[in-house]
Design a protein around this ligand. Structure first.
Ligand code: UFG
Length: 327
């Protein structure tokens, strides 16, 4: 079996990726410091607890498992927090990734799948964002991910490192089998917070800003199902195995939903009332982020099958009600 080193494999996206890798015949080796991840989400391969800033720990893992490729998810990912504590983002995300890249290159592991973000594009209102759009992040989180993309490009030149970079739009939903799901502490994302409000676990969902230049005044995002997203990562590994070289792919659906539209869809799917309060804008939020995703479908053969809003909310709601969520 081929080993893949999965950093952040105990987190929301990483744990789903481990399941997809195992289903495709790979052995995912999770490397995670458990700062935001959960050990009980590591179900599909070995677990090594460690921090990206610990080069010796990384060297030991590369030596022990001889992975064919790295799938790099481990990162801090809260836009709002990144505006208040930018140093955490530059240290953990950028210096941590640099340490990982150096360890991979030193170990002769030159295939790298990287979890980047549409937040690297910044606020380009009313534009369908494709991979050729200029990157102009407006928050430290997006800036940290763009910096890592630049590091990967440099190592491609210097050391022949081959990477597939995925720029995610808004990831949502959960494994329909209920093996893994979304759980952040604290939770900051729209859909799980909304399900909490529906469930009475919080008083209301606060809409962050109702005065944006959008049809209903709330921010627009492009939501993609976690299972579709991780399927693309398995295709990314195969892309590198086939020697197709460095590439960047957006992962979104090309359809935008406003915050109010997501609220309405959730009320429909759950058949419950969503308690809502209106609040001010959250610093760092872009008005509209919608993907141009032709490249992923055309070149990678990626075909999302669960990324319609109803299925994403239904899967998230099932996970939410399963009790796993109340760790
Ligand atoms: N929102 C609310 N109320 C909340 C939480 C969110 O109105 O309580 C709004 C936000 O303002 C935003 C939308 O819902 O307009 C989605 O917010 P999320 O926090 O769910 O997601 P973000 O768009 O801020 O961030 C996510 C990922 C990032 C990624 C980014 C790209 O967490 O890693 O998408 O947009 F970079």
């Amino acid at each position: 079996m081929t080993n893949i080193l999965v950093t952040g494999g105990a987190g929301y996206i990483g744990s789903h990726a481990c399941k997809a890798l195992a289903a495709a015949g790979y052995t995912p080796i999770t490397f995670d410091n458990l700062v935001t991840g959960w050990q009980d989400a590591v179900k599909f391969g070995p677990f090594e607890q460690g921090d990206l800033l610990d080069r010796a720990a990384l060297d030991q893992v590369f030596a022990a498992y001889q992975p064919e490729a790295v799938m790099h998810f481990a990162a801090l990912s809260q836009v709002g927090e990144s505006m208040v504590h930018p140093g955490k983002y530059w240290r953990n995300n950028v210096v941590g990734s640099l340490t990982l890249i150096e360890a991979a290159v030193a170990a002769g592991c030159n295939r790298f799948v990287f979890s980047s973000t549409c937040a690297t594009y910044g606020d380009q209102d009313n534009v369908l964002l494709d991979e050729n759009c200029p990157q102009d992040p407006i928050n430290a989180y997006g800036a940290s991910k763009r910096a890592i993309e630049d590091i990967l490009a440099n190592y491609a030149e210097s050391d022949g490192l081959e990477s597939v970079i995925f720029r995610y739009f808004n990831v949502a939903g959960a494994d329909p089998d209920g093996d893994v799901g979304e759980f952040h502490q604290p939770e900051t994302h729209l859909i799980p917070l909304m399900l909490d409000a529906i469930d009475g676990k919080r008083d209301a969902l606060t809409i962050f800003g109702t005065d944006y230049d959008t049809p209903d005044g709330t921010c627009i995002r492009d939501y993609v199902h976690i299972c579709d997203l991780v399927d693309a990562h398995v295709l990314g590994i195969k892309w590198l195995e086939e020697g197709k070289g460095n590439q960047i792919f957006n992962l979104g659906t090309g359809t935008g939903f406003s915050v109010r539209e997501v609220i309405d869809a959730s009320a429909n799917v759950t058949n419950r009332v969503v308690p809502v309060a209106e609040g001010g804008r959250r610093p760092g939020d872009c008005t509209k982020l919608v993907s141009g995703s032709e490249r992923a479908s055309r070149d990678l053969g990626w075909q999302p099958s669960r990324s319609d809003m109803k299925t994403m909310i239904a899967d998230a709601w099932r996970w939410h009600q399963s009790g796993h969520y109340d760790r």
